[in-house]
Each structure stands twice: as C-alpha cells, then as structure tokens.
Design a protein around this ligand. Structure first.
Ligand code: PA5
Length: 351
C-alpha cells in the first residue's frame, strides 16, 4: 500500500503538503501568539467583517462559527470585491490575504478604508501589507512561502486573538492549548506512520478513490469544516467534491439522491458528526444515513474529537486535510500546485 511507504509518499508529494498538514497543532499555537501584542484600533465594533478568498477566507468562516455561540454581534464573511452597505466607523474589518495580492480582498480593503472602518490586515506581504502599513492599519505578518491553504491556523488564530482582546469573544489560552495538544496527538494516530489497517484517514482516502465525495456537516456550526473538506479535496486531490450541512440539506439536496441509481456517479457520503449537533439534527443524520446507504457507494461517519469548540472544529479539519493529501498520493497527483488558480490570476492580470 503506497500510503504505508514513506519514501513513495515523499516522492509523490514533492512540495511537502503532508508535512505542513502535520504541523497544524504547532501553527495553531504560533498563530495565537502572532497577534498577542499587536497595537489594535480603539474600536468597540457593532459588527465584524472578514474579507478573504479561498484558503484565506475559510479562517473567517471558522471565526464566525467559533463566535456564534457567544458573541453579541454578527460576523459576516465577504468573499467578493464589495462590502455590505452597513460597513462604517463602528465595523471591525479583517482583510485577510495570504499573498496580499488577491484582487477581491484588496478591493474590499479599499472600500473598508474609504468607509472609515477599523481595519486589521492579515497577510504574508504583497500589496495588502504595503497599503495597510502606508495607511497606519495594523498588520499581522504571517510566515511567507506557504501554500495559502496550508497556512490556515496562521490566518485564523490572530483573528480569534484580536476578537478576544477587543472583548468581542473568542477562545481562551487553555482552549488553544487543548486544541494544539489534541492535534499533535491526532497526527500520530492519523499521520503517515500509522499503518493503513488502523488509520481512519488512510482508510477513508482509499474509500474515496474514484468516487465523488459528498461531505455533510451534522449542524450549521460545522459548515466551515465541511467546506474545508471540499476545498482541500479540490485543491490537494484535484477531484470534484460537494458539501452541505444539516438540517438545511434535508429540505432540498436530500431529494437529489433520488436520482442516484445503480451507483453512477459513484457517490461517497462523509458525515461529520459533533457532540453538540443537537438531538434533532442527530435524528436527521440517522434517518438520512439510512436513505443514503441505499444509493451511495459508501457512507463514512467521523466524529469530532476534544472538548472545546476550537479543538472539535480543528480535529475534523485535520482529518479532512490528511484525507485529501492521502487521496492525492493514492492517485499519483501532486497535492501542492494549483495551476488553474494561478492561471486565472495571471489572465486577470493581478494577484
Ligand atoms: O488555496 C489557494 O491557493 C487559494 O484558495 C487562495 O487562498 C486564494 O486564491 C486567495 O489567495 P490569497 O490566500 O493569497 O489571498
């Protein structure tokens, strides 16, 4: 089995994506420290906006999920050029672009600047770092040279640190420590050294080979994790994938399964479960799983690990990241390059 052959993995993953995924726990700790003493704008915001695309935007989705249970203000994630009309002086805007050269995020940053919003930029450099520095907006500098999607903790944790420092809400030091320690432990159980027979990440990657992965979160809280699974399968494994979340999917997408006959296309459902999904959602998942089992090529259920919400969310992020790299290795696809994204950016003539 190629997934148990370290030399072969290194050969098939020349950009070292697997090694980066294995550092998720360390990056979580480092990202948390990155904004611990950044000078912040004196703002008591009525709303938080996160502007960011792709691998830089998903940090905003996770921030929204993490603040939802406790924060007294809305968190809106903008994945486009324009900001909502309500943005003004009492809005906190995070402009997040790993490269600092993504045109949608730069346009959103300029709109935020024009509206007088309090802005914090999170980036490794590029035009965003230049503009923010020139305008006196604080910049969280993340380490350069990584694929943006591999830098997720560097893009997420500073946001949480800053919302915590501003009294908006977030996570505590001990929740961060719990998440980092959990991720380090899970990397041992799910990483390349754990053989296929006892490694659920490797088994799931093997089950997904040749199938269309359909990733369902068991509640809206875990939507960003299902979305992360999908985008990591897209970018690392170079496969098409879908995501959705309970309970909404019971009101439309579930009907689409009626059209799945004879195993074509081969669909493999992955159900992301969490202990706080709620009793009604749990029942929905059970019923839906039975219906899917009759039509899907396979159904795999995985549960979040840990106690705090951060740990639980990131435990399933880690599993999905590992599955996506293992699937790439199995299908002899280099996980790191995303040539189509680069080509589109080139043809648009920007970052
Ligand atoms: O994973 C990727 O490379 C992309 O999704 C990028 O994150 C996206 O294109 C935005 O670029 P950046 O993160 O540099 O703003």
């Amino acid at each position: 089995m190629v997934l148990d052959d370290r030399k072969e993995i290194v050969r098939l993953d020349p950009g070292g994506m697997l090694g980066l995924v294995q550092r998720l726990g360390t990056m979580t700790t480092d990202g948390w420290e990155a904004a611990s003493d950044l000078a912040l704008p004196p703002v008591s915001p009525s709303a938080v906006i996160v502007g960011g695309m792709g691998g830089s935007g998903i940090g905003g989705d996770l921030l929204r999920a993490l603040l939802a249970p406790t924060a007294a203000l809305p968190v809106v994630v903008v994945k486009d050029y324009r900001l909502p009309a309500f943005v003004g002086r009492d809005t906190l805007v995070f402009a997040c672009s790993y490269s600092g050269d993504t045109e949608e995020t730069l346009a959103a940053y300029q709109e935020a600047h024009a509206s007088g919003a309090a802005i914090v930029a999170v980036t490794s450099g590029g035009a965003l770092a230049d503009h923010a520095a020139a305008s006196g907006h604080p910049v969280v500098r993340v380490p350069p040279g990584l694929p943006p999607r591999a830098a997720l903790p560097y893009m997420l944790m500073p946001l949480l640190r800053i919302t915590g420092r501003l009294g908006i809400g977030g996570v505590t030091d001990s929740e961060v420590r719990e998440a980092a320690a959990l991720l380090d432990g899970l990397v041992v159980r799910w990483g390349p050294e754990a053989p296929s027979g006892v490694n659920p990440a490797k088994s799931l990657a093997a089950a997904l080979e040749g199938a269309l992965p359909v990733v369902y979160a068991s509640s809206s809280l875990f939507e960003p994790v299902a979305q992360r699974w999908k985008t990591q399968l897209n970018e690392n494994s170079k496969v098409f994938a879908c995501w959705n979340a309970f309970p909404e999917l019971n009101h439309n997408e579930t009907v689409g399964w009626e059209g799945v006959r004879g195993g074509h296309p081969r669909l493999h459902a992955v159900l992301l479960r969490d202990r706080d999904e709620g009793a009604r959602n749990a029942l929905r998942v059970e019923i839906t799983r039975e219906l899917l089992a009759r039509r899907a090529d396979g159904v795999t259920e995985v549960w979040s690990q840990g106690n705090g919400l951060l740990a639980r969310l990131l435990s399933l992020v880690l599993l999905g990241d590992l599955v996506s790299v293992y699937l790439a290795v199995l299908t002899r696809v280099d996980p790191t390059p995303v040539e189509i994204i680069a080509e589109i950016k080139r043809r648009l003539g920007g970052g």
